[in-house]
Ligand binder design. Sequence first.
Ligand SMILES: [Zn+2]
Length: 189
Amino acid sequence: MVDKILQNEKLVKIGEATITCPVCGTKSLRITDYLYDVPLVGRVILTTGKCTKCGYKYNDVRLAETNPPRRIILRVTNQRDLNALVVRASTASIIIPETGLEMHPGPASQGFITTVEGLLERFKEAIELACRDPGANKQKCNELLSWIQDAKNGKKEFTVIIDDPEGVSTIISDKARTEPLNRRSGEKE
Ligand SMILES: [Zn+2]
């Protein structure tokens, strides 16, 4: 989706910088910030860049308006919820507690705009990659992949939780709830 948005002429460039690449460690990652108005979501800042040394591509998305640290919760019970838009900034965690699936921020994590279904697809790709490891627990892999397939087909009810210490992620749905986030992301109670 970010690639599609970047072709749009309504983008306004708001900044440029060269920062340290999280992959090769040299100060050769050239990034550009754009302000863009996304239908239904509102104003977002897109950051995109490429390392001139190793070719690493970086994308991030965050709401232009910041909020206090917050947790966003969506209970997914039908097809409409699967189509809800999700903005995940690179600094936010995503948790699906029913499965133990979690995505946490790291030095090379990326931000994205997708739907709940697209989020499931991202988890699926990550599991498929991890399960190619000969030491992976094949039974657990198959259970998770089968759960994701059922969820994508609307056969599961589940919860999507985004913990965002910067308050710049969101889920676009009347059903989404937000709570203040007091603990640091990733910390257990
Ligand atoms: Zn690099």
